[in-house]
Design a protein around this ligand. Sequence first.
Ligand code: PLP
Length: 434
Amino acid sequence: MDDLLSRTRAAVWHPCTQMKQLEAVPPLAIARGEGAWLIGVDGRRYLDAISSWWVNLFGHCNPRINAAIVDQLGRIEHVMLAGATHAPVVELSERLARLTGLGHAFYGSDGASATEIALKMSAHFWRNAGRTEKNAFVSLQNGYHGETVGALSVTDIPLFKDTYAPLLRHSAQVPTPDARLAEPGESAEAYALRCAAVLEAHLAEHAATTAAFIVEPLVQGAAGMAMYHPVYLARARELCDRYQVHLIADEIAVGFGRTGTLFACEQAAIRPDFICLSKGITGGYLPLSAVLTTDAVYAAFYGDATARGFLHSHSYTGNPLACRAALAVLDIFESDRVVDANRLKAQEFTRALAGVAAHPRAGHFRQAGMIWAFDVTAARPGFSSRFHRAALEQGVFIRPIGNTVYVMPPYVTSADAMRALAATLLACLERPDI
Ligand SMILES: *Cc1c(COP(=O)(O)O)cnc(C)c1O
């Protein structure tokens, strides 16, 4: 194992990591996965409490998803999607259209590429409509939409953004409806409406130059699982309609059941102009992202001139193996009635977490669907790393964001494992040295 750790330090540049810190906190060397569990090369089992960066839905080595990919491997592993098509991408597009109400699917490989696609498509739509000046974007404070240069320009997380600021195009940010920021005595709903009024003022002034408003519906993940009232989305939809600005729903993290409905937008009863999907779309198996949009947007690109079409591609656009994994995921949602089943699981786990919620060190305990979070009060520098290591010792893989501890388990996590996870969180909170 030491051998693997020294070789990873020498040859692998790990994401979002100061490599020097890997000497003090070595990465977990994983040999296998099984359901909600990761199994280390040392044979120890760790509960994957954050679904491997929010991507896993139905466990590691899920037999049904494995079987779909193996079946597809014997047919066609990949073919380019320009000038060719195949059944998995057609079927996936049809099914996603039925589920989102958005009839045209464009594919990328990662979440950030979905953001890039949505931004470019929105600006190109306005260009095709003769409104070339509509090419600016507005997003929420503390929002996260990925880290490629275009996506980073609408992201608002200083740690990720500040260093690269000179490379980025300016975008505007409006206040986040994050319910933790409500005034004492102010409801989450009232605060969300107050924030929506600022969005309205921004659009009233800048609609002529604004192409789209991009937003993470209901939960701002990278901000530390900041949750907000759905009325904000309903109001944003009205405002975007009124001011002729596209609404881009970045459901990369919250889609596929995380917030308690298949898509978070359903809780505000709105349909965005674009929806970005990735992460859970393949159950955490293969990189795939999709941007779905309306007939109106699609129609604006349709014509004889090549330059009027959407000029964007990735080598692996619509990869058949990834599409088959995604189809298997949709099959599981349907046949196991996952959204309903999760509702009961979520209630049960919230009960198991009662001790954590009531703990004096746990502030702003919050939950949305299959996401739970709390902020540890008076956390000292290095808290996240200490908490991570203490939980690992107890067989739980979890990585707090700053002083926010969050849990986003695979949907196949058993009630026993959930209770053990709750006990681990409580034990870590009880330790004064963390
Ligand atoms: C993870 C994430 C992205 C970026 O996806 P990648 O696959 O990491 O590029 C974009 N938006 C949101 C809301 C995310 O959580």
